[in-house]
Each structure stands twice: as structure tokens, then as C-alpha cells.
Design a binder for this molecule. Sequence first.
Ligand code: FES
Length: 317
Amino acid sequence: MSMIDVKVAAVEQVTPLVKHFTFVRQDGLAFPAFSGGSHVVVSMNVGGRVFRNPYSLMGSPADTSAYHISVRKQEHSRGGSLFMHESIEVGSSLQITYPVNLFALAKKAHKHILIAGGIGITPFMSQLFDLHRLNANFELHYAYRSPEHGAFADQLKASYGSQLRCYTDSQGGRIDLLALLSKQPLGTHVYVCGPNPMVVAVIETAKNLGWPDNTIHSEQFLSPGVGEPFKIHLKKSEIEVHVPADMSMLEAIELAGVEADYLCRGGVCGRCEVDVLESDGALLHHDHFLTDAEKASGKKIMPCVSRARCQKLVLDL
Ligand code: FES
């Protein structure tokens, strides 16, 4: 996968847990154009181990002189977010992928309802530039746990005023999804990014109210997590790969020198899908991409987030 060499031009502590990073290109050129909702994958070398984490681009898509991301320090970080918080400073060098948009605004929507929870605000930051520029009809509903954790809330209030509604959990603020989604005009699209219960609640509420599937948009990249170690055999490459407890299958495959496709590294896009040729145990599917029937068939797996509990697992790679 081709990468862009970047230098960190600015770092800002936004909340006790969130840092904002500004990247410029090492070669001094402009970055590729992107649309609101796009993400890049940041590649980090942490003591010889490479972490590749997806982060939403937050700046204005009209400005390609710099890219902006924000990183929440994860309580159970495997290393990536901790590294960004503790080791990356102004002048640090990193590599990033070209931007990809898996959470694009629907161009034909008559109205857009954006629902963000915590760090889930990040993909909306660039979408808001697009919506504002297009003079689109939109509302942003932003929930966070306490005032000091409302990243960018003041900036959003100053820019979008009456189109923004904030909900602070510690002050009893809650989004009444049923009330919000039942009163929208035909042609409205809803977008949600945040913790899993919020994403599930928005999708279920919208579906129960009869919103068509193509008007419900969500982004929720999963973390690879940890699990029991296991072994895989890569048929085409003719090698055996050990997958340690704290490494994803995809990371172990890359570490073994085998190139594998990916876009999101979070179980959403489907790009890393691999055929399972043989297995003698359970495939532990964690992705949001395969259907239940595909998962039950045992013939495919998404190595960016899924694991296995078996003695023998042969992949078509
Ligand atoms: S890379 Fe997107 S599902 Fe695995």
C-alpha cells in the first residue's frame, strides 16, 4: 500500500484524554483532496512493532495544506493510541495512507441528522465543513460524558450555534432518539458515530420507525482486541504464521512479510476478506461486514479483527 511521509506540525491537548495532531507532508506538497467523513491509517513504529490505526480527517476538505486527526487515549491501548499521546511531538515523522471515505454524506439527502458520542465527533468535523459550504439542512447532536470531555464543543457552538445540540451525561443530558427520529421529514438521512450501544440504539430506533436502510449511516471501527494465541497456514505464501495474544491476524500476516489488503483495519469495509480453506475449530468473527450466514459457513474471515480457536487454520493468502 502506498504511503505518504508526514511530519507533525502541531500537537494540542484538547481534553484530558484527546490530543489533536496536525500533519504536513515531508515533501512540502499539498495532500490529496478528500471528502468529509474520510479517514487515513497512521502507521506507527513502536519499538520495532508496527501499529496501523485508522483516524478520521477533521479539517476542512477545501484545505489540503495540512491534515488533522484527533486521538483518544484508550484505557486498554495495545500501544498505538498510547504511543501517539506519549511519544509523538512536533517534528515527529510518521507515515499515513491515502484517504478513504467509508462514511460519506448522502448527496441527495434533504436533511442530515448527525449523532456523535465522545470521540465519535471526529468524522463529523470534516463533514460539517462540507454541509456548511453546501448550505445543507443539518443538525448535530453531540453527547459526551462531562463538560471537560466535550472535545471541540466550544468551537462547534461558535461555528454552528443553533444547528448544534450538546448532551452532557454527568448533567443528565440524554438524546431522546425516538423523539428526534420520529419527527424528521421524508428524505432525511441519519449518521451515527460513537460507542457501540449508541450506534446500535440509533440504528434500531431508525429501523423500528421505518427509515429505509439506505438512509441510516454508521461508522464504528472496531479495535483488534486481544485473545488466545493461534497459528495460521498461508497456502499461497507457503508459510506458517504465529498470531500472538495481543496481535491481530492481519498484523501477524504483515509481520511475516506477506502483503494483505486493508482499508479500515476495523472490521467494517470488507477489503481484508480472506477465504478460509480449512479449519478444525471455531472462527471467532468480530467484524461488522460478513453476514450471519457467511460467518456460519466458516468459509471467510476478516483478519483485521477476527480470530480463531483451532489447531489448524489454512487461509488463501
Ligand atoms: S480492513 Fe476493513 S474489514 Fe478488515
